[in-house]
Design a protein around this ligand. Structure first.
Ligand code: UD1
Length: 425
């Protein structure tokens, strides 16, 4: 089992380019099922969730090739099956993204139902209700969602009762090839959905209202191949910027979209940190006292739940007491006890985290319970005195490309070690 070993106390200094966004790459790879012709994707993040999505597409008959680390070629002309393999699908919730494109293109999809994950329950009722409104029949059986339509899907008016990134993506992809016009209302507005929509338009889809909560899709009979560069990963960008503030360093992310991290930058300024924004770059200089904050997570453009654990790591060293209200995922608190092991004074109750700032954290063995909690624990380790050993690295690898190489480039002392955990006496 791999572990990350961090010697804390080195400020992060320097500049790195942002990687492509995981949450844009995954649906865009799935959407390539819709294309008749070759799809070329650039700036694809080299992370294990992308490898899993690639394997799912290969298993259903898509030809997938990588050129170098970041360029991906997909050819969906010979789909063999509309059933996504259970053992791969169960590795990540985003696998359900293949349901919309398969249904739209082949009139059928069988994809195993996501269960719960460490963030809490992950239902797909809003996706399925959207498919039903587009004319599909929903037959859930044996742990699978089986959706099918007699002919082409039919344009429909769908108002989501709750803002959902996944349901917005899936219904958008399905509607691109429906007959007639589909109106999607109360859509999630995350930049990754905008990136997916831009890609679909390049493939010949007709979509109005991109970037807003109201999408109007005029269905087309065929979509063609396209070339697309994945948008910058705002969560990865935000993680490194928080690291700059937390370690009293000076970090610049280039090739990113500053407006996509605006909610974080507002909080960093409020916390007393120096933030400079340029054209596609952001610089955060720490070294000043960190002021306590009251933060709530919300759908975009609010503060993202995916930066919640990383921001709490920063608040561990703030002057005074901070609070964070988690409004998206009911279970996103498993990291809290790991921070306590590092000496943090942090408690979670009823989706509410209370952090009493301390003067220092101290190294300890900790376990990353999910992707972003892993990011947060790595940040805490960078500032903790002494050595922190982080297990659960397989979660970190799902969402952070070359984490230890990128942190080392910024001056961190971090290495990956393999082998069994040392026995506790
Ligand atoms: C996506 C992101 C994830 C991010 C989240 C919120 C990907 C691959 N993942 O997850 O990193 O943290 O958005 O920004 O893009 N819900 C329902 N019924 C549904 C669908 C969702 O009740 O059919 C609930 C969920 O349980 C959750 C909330 O709605 O409480 C938001 O979920 P959603 O926005 O769909 O998140 P994901 O697409 O799963």
């Amino acid at each position: 089992m791999a572990r990350l070993v961090v010697q804390g106390g080195k400020p992060l200094q320097g500049s790195i380019p942002a990687c492509g966004a995981k949450n844009a790459a995954l649906p865009i790879i799935a959407a390539s099922i819709l294309a008749r012709g070759e799809v070329v994707l650039e700036r694809v993040p080299d992370i294990s969730d992308v490898w899993v999505m690639s394997d799912i597409l290969r298993a259903i008959g898509v030809k997938v090739e990588f050129e170098g680390k970041a360029r991906m070629l997909l050819d969906s002309s010979k789909i063999l099956t509309t059933t996504a393999p259970d053992e791969l699908v169960r590795k990540m919730n985003a696998s359900f993204d293949v349901a919309g494109p398969l249904l739209a293109c082949y009139g059928e999809a069988r994809v195993s139902l996501p269960g719960g994950c460490r963030l809490g329950p992950r239902p797909v009722d809003l996706h399925l209700e959207g498919f039903r409104k587009l004319g599909a029949e929903i037959l859930s059986e044996g742990g699978f969602a089986h959706v099918r339509a007699a002919g082409r899907l039919q344009g429909a008016h769908i108002r989501f009762p709750k803002v959902s990134v996944g349901a917005t993506k899936n219904c958008l992809m399905a509607a691109t090839m429906a007959e007639g016009v589909t109106m999607l209302e109360n859509c999630a507005r995350e930049p990754e959905i905008g990136d997916l929509a831009d890609f679909l338009v390049k493939m010949g889809a007709s979509i109005e209202g991109i970037g807003t909560s109201r999408l109007r899709i005029h269905g087309v009979e065929r979509l063609h191949g396209a070339t697309h560069t994945i948008v910058a990963d705002r969560i990865e960008t935000g993680t490194y910027l928080i690291g700059g503030a937390l370690t009293g360093g000076d970090v610049t992310l280039t090739e990113c979209e500053p407006e996509h991290v605006a909610a974080l930058l507002d909080h960093l300024r409020e916390a007393g940190q120096e933030v400079t924004v340029g054209d596609r770059w952001v610089r955060v200089r720490g070294g000043r006292p960190i002021r306590a904050l009251d933060v709530s997570t919300a759908p975009y453009p609010g503060f993202p739940t995916d930066l919640h654990p990383q921001l709490v790591s920063l608040l561990c060293l703030a002057e005074g007491t901070s609070t964070l209200q988690e409004n998206i995922f009911s279970g996103r608190f498993m990291y809290v006890m790991e921070l306590v092991r590092l000496g943090a004074k942090v408690k979670a109750e009823d989706r509410h985290v209370v952090v009493k700032g301390v003067n220092k954290l101290s190294g300890a063995p900790v376990d990353a319970p999910d992707i972003r909690a892993g990011g947060g624990l790595v940040l805490a380790a960078l500032v903790a005195e002494g050595e922190t050993v982080i297990s659960g690295v397989e979660f970190v690898d799902r969402g952070y490309q070359d984490l230890e190489q990128r942190l080392s480039a910024l001056g961190a002392e971090i290495e990956r070690v393999q082998g069994p955990l040392p026995q506790v006496a």
